[in-house]
Ligand binder design. Structure first.
Ligand code: FMN
Length: 179
């Protein structure tokens, strides 16, 4: 079984999450390609897909949105899983504004329509080498202890759970019954 982990990242932290997921799949004996979402022409070679995108201004990266559009038919016939990566800074549970920061609603509605098995939001990391004024301000205004909110145990656990389903052969059977 060959699994695709496709990612869309601007400043590298989402790519690192994707690579960590791919590593976990390999550890569980799966064949994996870990590729930037915009580089993938077709999904014929894959039995399952994980798609992940960084979130900027409440939107997925363009290449992840393009991936969804281009491959929607193939995706609806495959078991597939989705993650977004974004939240940085101090967590503020119960804050409606903070909740709306978490995910792009239209894209997630589309992901659900296309039958993704689960969608999770992982914490993100502020840019290490900020490109512009907004990114520099974000780095400046984020306390250091909340600058990288990626939880590697959580990411590994999510990947291990998917790998277990695929190894057990549950992936294909459940492809038509989204969570
Ligand atoms: C200008 C800017 C806008 C952002 N907007 C959002 C957002 O709307 N929602 C969110 O959850 N995270 C947002 N973030 C945080 C990023 O998603 C986070 O830094 C992520 O880890 C970046 O991933 P990348 O390193 O793969 O590009 C924003 C970050 C920047 C710099």
């Amino acid at each position: 079984m060959r699994v695709l982990v496709a990612y869309a990242s601007k400043n590298g932290s989402t790519e690192e999450i994707a690579r960590r997921i791919a590593e976990e799949f390999e550890r569980k004996g799966l064949d994996v390609d870990c590729l930037e979402a915009g580089t993938i022409r077709h999904l014929d070679a894959y039995s399952a897909v994980v798609l992940g995108s960084a979130v900027y201004a409440k939107r997925w990266r363009r290449s992840a949105r393009g991936f969804l559009r281009r491959h929607q038919r193939a995706l609806s016939a495959l078991p597939w899983w989705v993650f977004s990566s974004g939240p940085v800074g101090e967590p503020k549970p119960g804050d409606a504004r903070a909740d709306s920061w978490l995910e792009p609603p239209k894209t997630i509605a589309r992901v659900e329509r296309l039958g993704a098995r689960t969608h999770v939001v992982f914490g993100g990391r502020v840019p290490v080498q900020p490109h512009n004024f907004v990114e520099r301000a974000m780095v400046r205004n984020t306390p250091e202890e909340f600058a990288d909110r990626r939880d590697w145990d959580e990411i590994k656990g999510w990947a291990a759970d998917i790998a277990a389903q695929l190894v057990a052969g549950n992936g294909a059977a459940a492809a038509s019954s989204p969570a």
